[in-house]
Write a protein that binds this ligand. Structure first.
Ligand SMILES: [Zn+2]
Length: 325
């Protein structure tokens, strides 16, 4: 397995990375810093709240990178917890998602100690650390290893290095987590940024490796089930026996097929919206209709702006069928 993760919420993650992942049908994990959303630093912008919402629509995972991106180990206990908790509050409120759906923490600079982990365990299911190792079934989900892909690190930037890493992940059935920052079109201004060309080449290499691309929360489930989902005997029932971890894989598959069906629902809602367009008060009518139907059926509902005001319901495809009746 391989996970493609992004830190800090740089704008290129929304403008370039998300559509490039979507082209391949891959999910990413975006560790956001609420305090930075909509702002900029040294002339490079961060993504806006609306762009962050669109990452969710595209099926990506949103992770927590703390409220202000401070080095957690330097903070007093209460402040340390607050940095994680406040980011949960803001991300869930601003992006209209449940805070229970934000399962993954990445500590700023990957810096952690025992206290960081104790706090992280109260709020999350995993923590991505600064350890540069592949993850195995023995890996503590609160000390996940990851590899920072930096433009100014010539060794790590080389196709040979990545090729070897992916080969090892395939051979050992381990899980590689890659970390990116901004993706830029043109010359890079900071060492952590990645050019479009290099990012595309990285994605090509991942595709060639044949490894499954998963979000971090899917990876945590997958690796601890001891197998990659594609060839899990417990899920396929190949040996007919119920094995430990099988349930996790079923949940993981359910989540994946849910993501796929959500993408279809999004498409069908767009079509439905197209049909309603032009009728009097079409936007308001459409919104009311969807909110009502969604609530009746107990689904979550997210409003989004795509140039026109458009509501999207994260729900089962049946909902669309019902809407059309
Ligand atoms: Zn960061």
């Amino acid at each position: 397995m391989v996970s493609i993760t992004f830190d800090d919420g740089w704008i290129g993650q929304a403008t370039f990375a998300s559509p490039m992942l979507a082209e391949r049908g891959w999910p990413g994990t975006f560790y956001l810093v609420p305090d930075w959303l909509g702002g900029e630093k040294s002339g490079e912008k961060f993504l806006t709240i609306e762009q962050a919402k669109q990452l969710i629509v595209a099926g990506h995972e949103i992770g927590n990178h703390t409220e202000h991106h401070q080095t957690l180990t330097r903070l007093k206990p209460r402040r340390m917890y607050k940095e994680m908790d406040l980011a949960q509050v803001h991300l869930s409120e601003w992006l209209s998602i449940s805070r229970d759906s934000i399962l993954s923490l990445a500590s700023p600079h990957g810096t952690f100690d025992k206290r960081v982990l104790t706090n992280a365990k109260k709020l999350f299911e995993s923590h991505r650390s600064g350890k540069t190792v592949l993850n195995t079934p023995d890996t503590d989900p609160f000390v996940l290893g990851a590899f920072l892909i930096e433009n100014d690190n010539k060794r790590i930037r080389s196709p040979e290095w990545l090729g070897n890493l992916l080969q090892r992940a395939a051979d050992e059935r381990s899980w590689a987590v890659l970390v990116f920052h901004n993706i830029v079109d043109g010359p890079v201004r900071r060492g952590t940024s990645e050019t479009l060309r290099d990012f595309e080449r990285t994605l090509d290499q991942i595709q060639e490796s044949g490894l499954e691309v998963v979000t971090v929360s899917e990876g945590v489930e997958g690796i601890h089930a001891g197998n990659t989902p594609a060839d899990c005997a417990a899920c396929s029932g190949a040996d007919g026996s119920a094995q430990e971890g099988g349930g996790r894989h079923v949940a993981q598959r359910t989540r994946r097929s849910r993501r796929e069906s959500l993408a279809k629902v999004d498409q069908r809602l767009l079509e439905l919206f197209g049909k309603l367009r032009g009728r009097p008060n079409h936007t308001a009518a459409f919104t009311r209709h969807l909110v009502f139907e969604a609530r009746e059926l107990g689904f979550e509902f997210f409003p989004f702006l795509f140039g026109v005001e458009l509501c999207q319901v994260h729900a089962h495809a049946d909902l669309v069928t019902q809407l059309r009746q």
